[in-house]
Design a binder for this molecule. Structure first.
Ligand code: DX5
Ligand code: ZN
Length: 221
């Protein structure tokens, strides 16, 4: 069964507590936290205090997506704040191996994100140290952008790499995901679907989460 990870980037931060209550009452599996530093991406979102606040409100897996330069400086603090998965960007890590070791030493799972222009093959040397590959299906920085269809091929390529190596690595897709492209992504081998604006801009977010969770890669329902 695939995993749904709502991104709170488009949540109403003036009532973050009740937004998390809504997720707790939903079929969402994880909570996706988009950390942006205004340097790796042209936007600033939120940081460690919000991760701590969300941790206090939910037992769900916290999936921290770090869109920041020098992530090595902050990994310990995100782990301490309650993250379970810590995903760094390949493009932001000149010494990726070291950063992945650092994440694992905190007890967190490792994720590596690839921007739309970064090919899957760059991960070959590192795949044994990765618990989750994050295929970005928009250029990172903002919620509500349109899905880049080529991402579906990248998911298939990542699935093939993982299969070839005989590993158990999750594939997550983030950006512009909906129930149409969602089915194609599941068929290509995705395990975790992130959705932000689709959920938080909806009048009935629980229904949207239900739809995403109930999707089948064979197209039924
Ligand atoms: C983009 C973020 C995504 C994004 C998801 O930089 O990593 O998590 O906010 O939001 P939607 O689903 O609106 O594209
Ligand atoms: Zn994200």
């Amino acid at each position: 069964m695939h995993i749904i990870a709502p991104s709170i980037l488009n949540a109403d931060f003036s009532k973050l507590g009740s937004e998390i209550d809504m997720l707790n009452a939903s079929k969402a599996d994880w909570v996706h936290l988009d950390i942006m530093d205004g340097s790796f991406v042209p936007n600033i979102s939120f940081g460690i205090p919000i991760v701590e606040a969300v941790r206090k409100k939910t037992d769900k897996v916290l999936d921290a997506h770090l869109m920041i330069v020098n992530p090595d400086k902050y990994i310990e603090r995100f782990a301490h704040a309650g993250a379970n998965y810590i995903t760094v960007h390949y493009e932001a890590c000149p010494v990726l191996e070291k950063v992945l070791g650092q994440i694992r030493s905190t007890g967190c799972k490792t994720g590596v994100a690839l921007n739309p222009d970064t090919p899957v093959k760059v991960l070959e040397p590192f795949i044994r140290n990765i618990d989750m590959v994050l295929i970005m299906s928009v250029n990172p920085g903002f919620g509500g952008q349109s899905f880049i269809p080529e991402s579906i091929n990248k998911v298939a390529q990542a699935r093939e790499l993982i299969r070839r190596e005989g590993l158990n690595v999750l594939i997550e897709v983030d950006g512009g995901v909906n129930s149409e492209n969602g089915k194609q992504l599941l068929r290509a081998g995705a395990d975790v679907l992130v959705a932000g604006s689709l959920i938080f801009n909806a009048s009935d977010p629980l229904q949207i989460i239900d739809n995403l969770k109930g999707m089948h890669s064979n197209g039924i329902s």
